[in-house]
Design a protein around this ligand. Structure first.
Ligand code: FES
Ligand SMILES: [Fe+2]
Length: 356
């Protein structure tokens, strides 16, 4: 796979955790989702624990999500084959014996941070890899929003590009994140084999509209934009605002220094669709629900702005009639795609060759 070829057949890393849905979206009704081009049914057992199974009955491939739950199992809505939460067939009511091969693939799942995480690769490897750790998650001084999501009609790597591109805020988010300096302050890029960070400090500037009511001081600010993406497609976006003169690489731990971390989790549906999940974590006013709501609404509005742009970019790039060019600001995204392509190549999993 060329690092920039979005049409390559296998552009997904599989041995990793992806967000399948918000925890609140799955319950005692089977829920059909499509992730990495695979049809999956999600539901909860009676004790609340989540289940993820291949959403295709092995008889006539009817989606199991069209059937019904029978206790902890799911019954096919056509002829009643019934599967437990591990994908084993436990009932075949139309005949005496359970037929050979009557099983569906089950996927490791776990819940963290109000999100349902799914392992899309080799099941036996899931336990060796924890879900991302949210720093300060257990600190009473920090507050984590309950999270939200958007469906975007674009390839997930266009979203990854965007989340490694601090410059775009100057044009895409004029009314929220843009401020003097966002259009032309140079970026620093740091990369290793599993992540890329594009970051910059902007000194002594008025804070932008979204952050001005949130920072705990008045006057100009030193601002950090830290855009980090980790394999497979988890973006950690750190914003720091310090009173002018306090910011920079040695910014102190000080109550006046405002910190917000936006966690963005991208789950590919297919080459044209991505599920975008996010959480916002901040170190101020942890019990201020009105503030939390304002932040959540502001973030969603901003991500809608990104969605509009990236869906149009997806169409523009997919149907381009004339050559496109690169800009210096693409350097971080190019590094990330290279690391991702290498990891996918090393993984060497055929998408359809899973052991059920
Ligand atoms: S299609 Fe499921 S039992 Fe026949
Ligand atoms: Fe954006």
């Amino acid at each position: 796979m060329s690092p920039l070829d979005l049409t390559a057949p296998q552009v997904y890393l599989r041995n990793c955790w992806y967000v399948a849905c918000l925890s609140r979206e799955v319950g005692r009704q089977p829920k059909a989702v499509r992730l990495l081009e695979e049809a999956i049914v999600l539901y909860r057992r009676e004790d609340g624990s989540p289940v993820a199974l291949e959403d295709a009955c092995p008889h006539r491939k009817l989606p199991l999500s069209m059937g019904r739950l029978m206790g902890d199992a799911i019954e096919c809505g056509y002829h009643g084959l019934t599967f437990d939460g591990c994908g084993r067939c436990i009932a075949a009511p139309t005949q005496e014996r359970i037929p050979h091969g009557a099983r569906v693939r089950s996927y490791p799942v776990q819940e963290r941070y109000g999100l349902l995480w799914i392992w899309m690769g080799e099941s036996e490897k899931a336990a060796q890899h924890p879900v991302i750790d949210i720093e300060h998650h257990d600190s009473p001084d920090w507050h984590l929003t309950t999270g939200d999501s958007l469906r975007c009609n674009c390839h997930y790597l266009w979203l990854v590009d965007n989340l490694l591109d601090p410059s775009h805020v100057a044009w895409v988010h004029r009314g929220t994140f843009a401020a003097a300096g966002t259009e032309d302050t140079p970026l620093q890029i740091h990369a290793d084999d599993s992540s890329v960070v594009c970051s910059r400090w902007m000194y002594s500037r008025p804070p932008p509209a979204f952050y001005a009511p949130l920072v705990q001081f008045s006057g100009p600010a030193d601002r950090l934009q830290h855009y980090e993406v980790r394999l497979p497609s988890m973006a950690i976006n750190r914003s720091i605002f310090a009173p002018a003169g306090m910011g920079g690489p040695q910014v102190p731990q000080d109550p006046l220094v405002y910190r917000m971390v936006s966690y963005n989790f991208l789950t590919p549906v297919d080459a044209d669709t991505t599920l975008y999940f996010w959480l916002q974590h901040r170190n101020t006013d942890p019990n201020n629900d009105a503030l939390t709501e304002r932040i959540a609404a502001g973030a969603k509005a901003a991500f809608e702005e990104d969605r509009l742009i990236l869906e149009a970019v997806h169409q523009g790039m997919k149907h381009q009639r004339t050559p496109h060019i690169g800009l210096l600001l693409d350097a971080g995204a190019a590094r990330f795609r290279k690391a991702l392509a290498e990891r996918i190549r090393a993984e060497d999993i055929q998408p359809d060759a899973h052991t059920p």
